[in-house]
Design a protein around this ligand. Structure first.
Ligand code: CTP
Ligand code: MG
Length: 171
């Protein structure tokens, strides 16, 4: 039960991360600029994805909070939901930055990093912006559970898509 609640708490970050893909924009955050011959972030990180993802993650959290108040009191909720949503996408951007530095192309797979990037970003910005809420909600047990569970969900989803012949390879 406690671990299910961990999924509830991080859900706005999941929504932010997933909706960036739906919002996918055209103008890259790095405006197509390169650094030492390689894209700074790459064309997969757009302004529209960043803004749309942040807004959608926050909206999801606000709606969730109506059903079960859990994201803080008063103004705190804005800091909590912003840091979880925006933090998720910043984590994703940092991952892309590092990916470009090691020479991986946009969209090329980088296992584990591709799956936990948004969690690490959400945890970190949440810790910076809403420390009290973070410490009383994200216990070490919950954080570790989410870091392990997320790549497993990803793998299970891909295996299912493979079985359903929606994907050519099972990963
Ligand atoms: N996306 C976006 N803006 C963001 C994040 C994601 O527009 N800030 C969209 C892009 O269309 C992107 C897609 O969501 O291609 C999938 O996101 P992701 O897997 O994170 O990007 P990749 O294209 O795989 O690029 P990278 O190799 O840098 O991870
Ligand atoms: Mg990707």
């Amino acid at each position: 039960m406690d671990l299910l609640y961990a999924i509830w708490l991080i859900f706005p970050a999941y929504v932010a991360n997933a909706s960036a893909v739906i919002f996918k924009g055209r103008i890259p955050i790095d405006f197509g600029k390169k650094w030492r011959g390689k894209p700074i972030l790459g064309a997969g990180k757009t302004w529209r994805g960043l803004l749309g993802g942040t807004m959608t993650g926050m909206l999801a959290g606000l709606i969730m909070n109506l059903f079960y108040p859990s994201f803080g009191n008063g103004m705190e909720i804005v800091f909590v939901l912003f840091s979880l949503s925006f933090g998720a996408l910043v984590g994703d951007m940092i991952k892309s930055f590092l990916k470009r530095r090691i020479g991986k192309e946009r969209g090329e797979k980088w296992i584990i990093a591709d799956q936990v990037d948004f969690l690490l970003g959400a945890f970190f910005l949440n810790f910076l912006m809403a420390r009290e809420w973070f410490l009383s909600n994200f216990t070490l047990q919950r954080v570790l559970f989410l870091l392990v569970l997320t790549p497993l969900i990803h793998l299970a989803t891909n295996l299912l898509a493979y079985v359903l012949k929606l994907k050519k390879v099972p990963w």
